[in-house]
Design a protein around this ligand. Structure first.
Ligand code: HEM
Length: 166
Protein backbone atom coordinates (compact mmCIF):
# COMPACT_ATOMS: atom_id res chain seq x y z
CA UNK A 1 0.00 0.00 0.00
CA UNK A 2 1.50 3.37 -0.98
CA UNK A 3 0.69 6.83 0.33
CA UNK A 4 -0.22 9.47 -2.22
CA UNK A 5 -1.36 13.07 -1.93
CA UNK A 6 -3.55 12.71 -5.00
CA UNK A 7 -6.79 12.41 -3.08
CA UNK A 8 -8.14 15.45 -1.18
CA UNK A 9 -8.62 13.40 1.99
CA UNK A 10 -4.96 12.37 2.05
CA UNK A 11 -3.88 15.96 1.45
CA UNK A 12 -6.12 17.17 4.28
CA UNK A 13 -4.79 14.47 6.61
CA UNK A 14 -1.21 15.26 5.70
CA UNK A 15 -1.72 18.99 6.35
CA UNK A 16 -3.43 18.23 9.66
CA UNK A 17 -0.53 16.02 10.79
CA UNK A 18 1.97 18.70 9.75
CA UNK A 19 0.03 21.32 11.70
CA UNK A 20 -0.21 19.07 14.80
CA UNK A 21 3.52 18.31 14.73
CA UNK A 22 4.48 21.99 14.48
CA UNK A 23 2.11 22.82 17.40
CA UNK A 24 3.93 20.26 19.54
CA UNK A 25 7.43 21.31 18.43
CA UNK A 26 6.73 25.08 18.56
CA UNK A 27 3.91 25.66 21.07
CA UNK A 28 2.64 29.23 20.77
CA UNK A 29 3.23 31.56 23.71
CA UNK A 30 -0.52 32.02 24.16
CA UNK A 31 -0.85 28.25 24.71
CA UNK A 32 1.13 28.56 27.95
CA UNK A 33 -1.43 28.86 30.76
CA UNK A 34 -1.06 31.82 33.15
CA UNK A 35 -1.95 29.74 36.18
CA UNK A 36 -1.22 26.09 36.88
CA UNK A 37 -3.88 23.96 35.15
CA UNK A 38 -5.58 21.60 37.56
CA UNK A 39 -7.04 19.23 34.99
CA UNK A 40 -5.60 17.18 32.18
CA UNK A 41 -7.88 18.79 29.61
CA UNK A 42 -6.43 22.21 30.44
CA UNK A 43 -3.21 21.06 28.77
CA UNK A 44 0.19 20.34 30.19
CA UNK A 45 2.76 20.82 27.43
CA UNK A 46 4.73 23.23 29.60
CA UNK A 47 7.04 23.20 32.60
CA UNK A 48 5.68 24.54 35.89
CA UNK A 49 7.77 27.36 37.42
CA UNK A 50 8.58 25.30 40.48
CA UNK A 51 8.07 21.81 41.77
CA UNK A 52 4.83 21.55 43.76
CA UNK A 53 5.36 21.51 47.52
CA UNK A 54 6.22 18.08 48.82
CA UNK A 55 5.15 16.58 52.13
CA UNK A 56 7.99 15.55 54.40
CA UNK A 57 7.39 12.77 56.91
CA UNK A 58 8.46 14.32 60.20
CA UNK A 59 8.47 13.60 63.89
CA UNK A 60 6.31 15.94 65.97
CA UNK A 61 5.83 16.46 69.67
CA UNK A 62 2.61 17.84 71.18
CA UNK A 63 4.33 21.25 71.32
CA UNK A 64 5.60 21.27 67.72
CA UNK A 65 2.29 19.93 66.41
CA UNK A 66 0.23 22.66 68.06
CA UNK A 67 1.13 25.51 65.64
CA UNK A 68 -0.56 23.50 62.86
CA UNK A 69 -3.93 24.40 64.29
CA UNK A 70 -5.33 26.18 61.24
CA UNK A 71 -5.08 29.60 62.91
CA UNK A 72 -1.32 30.21 63.08
CA UNK A 73 -0.49 28.11 60.01
CA UNK A 74 -2.07 27.32 56.64
CA UNK A 75 -1.40 23.64 57.21
CA UNK A 76 -3.61 21.74 59.60
CA UNK A 77 -2.29 18.59 61.24
CA UNK A 78 -3.73 16.29 63.87
CA UNK A 79 -2.59 13.07 65.46
CA UNK A 80 -4.43 9.85 66.23
CA UNK A 81 -2.67 7.10 68.14
CA UNK A 82 0.79 8.40 67.27
CA UNK A 83 0.12 8.96 63.58
CA UNK A 84 0.09 12.54 62.28
CA UNK A 85 -2.31 13.33 59.44
CA UNK A 86 -2.26 16.37 57.17
CA UNK A 87 -5.94 17.37 57.25
CA UNK A 88 -5.46 20.73 55.50
CA UNK A 89 -7.90 19.56 52.81
CA UNK A 90 -10.54 19.23 55.55
CA UNK A 91 -10.30 22.91 56.56
CA UNK A 92 -14.11 23.06 56.77
CA UNK A 93 -13.95 20.49 59.57
CA UNK A 94 -10.74 21.55 61.35
CA UNK A 95 -10.33 25.24 60.51
CA UNK A 96 -11.02 27.90 63.17
CA UNK A 97 -14.80 27.75 62.59
CA UNK A 98 -14.91 24.04 61.90
CA UNK A 99 -16.99 21.67 63.99
CA UNK A 100 -13.87 19.67 64.89
CA UNK A 101 -11.51 22.65 65.21
CA UNK A 102 -10.49 21.47 68.71
CA UNK A 103 -8.59 18.59 67.17
CA UNK A 104 -6.44 20.80 64.92
CA UNK A 105 -2.79 20.73 65.98
CA UNK A 106 -3.54 18.23 68.73
CA UNK A 107 -3.55 14.56 69.65
CA UNK A 108 -7.17 13.69 68.83
CA UNK A 109 -6.95 10.03 69.90
CA UNK A 110 -9.20 10.18 72.96
CA UNK A 111 -11.83 12.36 71.26
CA UNK A 112 -11.93 10.01 68.27
CA UNK A 113 -12.19 6.98 70.55
CA UNK A 114 -14.93 8.45 72.73
CA UNK A 115 -16.68 10.23 69.87
CA UNK A 116 -16.45 13.58 71.61
CA UNK A 117 -14.93 16.89 70.67
CA UNK A 118 -15.10 18.23 74.24
CA UNK A 119 -12.00 20.11 75.35
CA UNK A 120 -11.29 17.64 78.16
CA UNK A 121 -10.54 15.01 75.51
CA UNK A 122 -7.29 16.88 74.80
CA UNK A 123 -4.12 16.31 76.82
CA UNK A 124 -2.48 19.58 77.96
CA UNK A 125 0.53 20.33 75.75
CA UNK A 126 3.12 20.06 78.52
CA UNK A 127 1.85 16.69 79.78
CA UNK A 128 3.03 13.23 78.68
CA UNK A 129 1.17 11.65 75.75
CA UNK A 130 -2.23 10.12 76.51
CA UNK A 131 -1.62 6.35 76.93
CA UNK A 132 -5.34 5.63 76.38
CA UNK A 133 -5.10 2.75 78.88
CA UNK A 134 -8.55 3.33 80.39
CA UNK A 135 -10.38 3.03 77.07
CA UNK A 136 -12.80 0.16 76.45
CA UNK A 137 -12.33 -2.18 73.50
CA UNK A 138 -15.29 -0.53 71.78
CA UNK A 139 -13.65 2.86 72.14
CA UNK A 140 -10.34 1.54 70.80
CA UNK A 141 -12.20 0.00 67.86
CA UNK A 142 -13.98 3.29 67.24
CA UNK A 143 -10.64 5.09 67.18
CA UNK A 144 -9.25 2.49 64.76
CA UNK A 145 -12.25 3.10 62.51
CA UNK A 146 -11.38 6.79 62.42
CA UNK A 147 -7.73 5.95 61.70
CA UNK A 148 -8.93 3.95 58.70
CA UNK A 149 -11.09 6.85 57.54
CA UNK A 150 -8.19 9.28 57.89
CA UNK A 151 -5.72 6.94 56.20
CA UNK A 152 -8.02 6.66 53.19
CA UNK A 153 -8.69 10.38 52.99
CA UNK A 154 -5.57 12.24 54.15
CA UNK A 155 -1.78 11.90 53.97
CA UNK A 156 0.08 10.46 56.93
CA UNK A 157 2.84 13.02 57.33
CA UNK A 158 4.51 12.14 60.60
CA UNK A 159 4.48 10.53 63.99
CA UNK A 160 3.85 12.00 67.40
CA UNK A 161 6.34 11.45 70.22
CA UNK A 162 6.78 12.81 73.74
CA UNK A 163 7.89 16.43 74.16
CA UNK A 164 11.25 15.36 75.54
CA UNK A 165 11.89 12.69 72.89
CA UNK A 166 13.40 15.04 70.29
C1 HEM B 1 -23.92 16.51 66.47
C2 HEM B 1 -23.53 15.34 66.02
C3 HEM B 1 -22.72 15.23 64.76
C4 HEM B 1 -23.09 15.52 63.49
C5 HEM B 1 -24.41 16.05 62.99
C6 HEM B 1 -21.95 15.22 62.66
C7 HEM B 1 -21.91 15.37 61.29
C8 HEM B 1 -20.87 15.04 60.48
C9 HEM B 1 -20.86 15.14 59.04
C10 HEM B 1 -22.02 15.61 58.19
C11 HEM B 1 -19.65 14.74 58.60
C12 HEM B 1 -19.17 14.71 57.16
C13 HEM B 1 -19.21 13.31 56.64
C14 HEM B 1 -18.58 13.25 55.28
O1 HEM B 1 -18.82 14.13 54.45
O2 HEM B 1 -17.84 12.28 55.03
C15 HEM B 1 -18.88 14.39 59.77
C16 HEM B 1 -17.60 13.95 59.74
C17 HEM B 1 -16.83 13.73 60.86
N1 HEM B 1 -17.26 13.74 62.15
FE1 HEM B 1 -19.08 14.25 62.80
N2 HEM B 1 -20.94 14.76 63.43
C18 HEM B 1 -21.35 14.76 64.72
C19 HEM B 1 -20.65 14.40 65.82
C20 HEM B 1 -19.32 14.08 65.81
C21 HEM B 1 -18.53 13.83 66.99
C22 HEM B 1 -19.05 13.88 68.43
C23 HEM B 1 -17.28 13.60 66.60
C24 HEM B 1 -16.13 13.33 67.51
C25 HEM B 1 -15.15 12.55 67.25
C26 HEM B 1 -17.27 13.67 65.14
C27 HEM B 1 -16.18 13.48 64.35
C28 HEM B 1 -16.19 13.53 62.98
C29 HEM B 1 -15.01 13.36 62.16
C30 HEM B 1 -13.59 13.11 62.64
C31 HEM B 1 -15.43 13.46 60.85
C32 HEM B 1 -14.55 13.26 59.59
C33 HEM B 1 -14.07 14.56 59.07
C34 HEM B 1 -13.08 14.32 57.95
O3 HEM B 1 -13.35 13.50 57.06
O4 HEM B 1 -12.01 14.96 58.00
N3 HEM B 1 -18.51 13.95 64.71
N4 HEM B 1 -19.65 14.57 60.88
Amino acid sequence: MSFSLDTPINTALFLFILYSVQRIVFPSASATPKSTPREFKSGYSWMPKAHPPTVLFKTYTPKTLEPFNGKDNERILLAINGQVFDVTAGRNFYGPNGMYGNFAGRDASRGMAKQSFDLEMLTPLDQPLDKLQDLTQDEIDNMKGWIEHFTNKYIVCGRLVENNAL
